[in-house]
Design a protein around this ligand. Structure first.
Ligand code: HEC
Ligand code: HEC
Ligand code: HEC
Ligand code: HEC
Ligand code: HEC
Length: 218
């Protein structure tokens, strides 16, 4: 008989009882909870046209994030690197690897003067258009990449670690002392957080993240 019903059905009576006792609000809560961005987007890790590996390049080789994400301290977008950045090494290293074929195709197109043909990277993180976000403001205030992207240096495939929901933004804006560090450490994935130092930096730099609607909805 055991084979007829999968194991999880054992828990059905318990679930049904809980629902009967707590009623509709629980159901509403559960639907809201499971369909909120924590569940929809966290963990999103699309396959990329080239299996570029952060764990290898940023982790094992210790390349700084800013070598490739050059705009992160200067403007709203961190940007993904142009093909030239990869070819700085891959004209020599693994130059015939089939995995790098799309990178070479992009590079050859550029060399021939054809119009821009970047590697078609698939975007992982994506805010809706109505929400305004600027990288440079955050990193120059001393918020490290790790606070919003997790241990990218340990990821073979980049995945979204945080929900990027409004509640998540506000959680930090109301209490930035849990995240602020010296600006020299923003890309350091092994930095040990020091809350007393964070409070000093916040006071000295008059850091005061906004919570009014028009800051993020312009
Ligand atoms: C050698 C170049 C290189 C280095 C160094 C590098 N990255 Fe990347 N990064 C890329 C490329 C290429 C992509 C796009 C492909 C992908 O998502 O894997 C990317 C994608 C990302 C994304 C996802 C972007 C999106 O689409 O939402 C994040 C976040 C990111 N990198 C963070 C980091 C962090 C943090 C570091 C430092 C620990 C770092 N990267 C170091 C090349 C690099
Ligand atoms: C305060 C949170 C926060 C911090 C700190 C942060 N990011 Fe991001 N990052 C985001 C959000 C939010 C997005 C999505 C932006 C969008 O869709 O407009 C994003 C997107 C990206 C992307 C995709 C390209 C782009 O600009 O949209 C890359 C690459 C990236 N981040 C790299 C980094 C690196 C490298 C650092 C550290 C130097 C960093 N980020 C620090 C929140 C952050
Ligand atoms: C600083 C030098 C350097 C840069 C810049 C660089 N790589 Fe690499 N990459 C390497 C090295 C070294 C290896 C490992 C070679 C080995 O396994 O012997 C490697 C391996 C790879 C591999 C695996 C190839 C295979 O056949 O195993 C891919 C894919 C790759 N890199 C993609 C990229 C992309 C995409 C970029 C640009 C965003 C990039 N790399 C930038 C040095 C670099
Ligand atoms: C880990 C902490 C943290 C997270 C998460 C975070 N922020 Fe911030 N934010 C800050 C800090 C620190 C500042 C700088 C305040 C200052 O310098 O006074 C800031 C400033 C801002 C500002 C005002 C500066 C400007 O660019 O106009 C906006 C807007 C903003 N953040 C939007 C967002 C949005 C949208 C999100 C979520 C997608 C987000 N932030 C997530 C810490 C954070
Ligand atoms: C720190 C930045 C920030 C502030 C301040 C902020 N929001 Fe948002 N808001 C966001 C982000 C980011 C999203 C997108 C969340 C997502 O993709 O799930 C959002 C989404 C929304 C949505 C759409 C919700 C949904 O589920 O589709 C509404 C409505 C909204 N905000 C209203 C407000 C109002 C009203 C205020 C002021 C009381 C406010 N926001 C303040 C960042 C902010």
């Amino acid at each position: 008989m055991n084979q007829l019903f999968p194991k999880w059905t054992n828990r059905l009576p318990a679930v049904a009882t809980v629902l009967a006792v707590l009623g509709a609000p629980t159901l509403v809560f559960m639907v809201w909870y499971y369909f909120s961005p924590w569940y929809l987007e966290v963990g999103y890790a699309p396959d990329q046209p080239v299996p570029y590996n952060h764990k290898l390049h940023a982790g094992m080789f210790g390349m700084d994030c800013r070598y490739c994400h050059q705009n992160v301290e200067r403007g709203p977008h961190a940007t993904v690197p142009p093909t030239q950045t990869c070819m700085n090494c891959h004209v020599q290293v693994k130059k015939d690897s089939p995995l790098l074929a799309p990178v070479r195709a992009s590079f050859e197109a550029l060399a021939k003067g054809e119009s821009d043909r970047p590697v078609p990277w698939i975007k992982v993180h994506m805010l809706p258009d109505y929400a305004y976000f600027d990288h440079s403001v955050h990193v120059t205030a001393g918020v490290g990449c790790i606070s919003c992207h997790g241990r990218v240096d340990q990821m073979e495939v980049v995945r979204q670690e945080k929900p990027l929901s409004m509640g998540w933004c506000l959680e930090c804006h109301r209490d930035p002392a849990k995240h602020v560090r010296p600006v020299s450490e923003i890309t350091n994935m092994n930095y040990r957080h020091d809350e007393a130092l964070a409070k000093k930096l916040i006071a000295a730099k008059k850091i005061n993240p906004p919570t009014h609607c028009s800051a993020c909805h312009r």
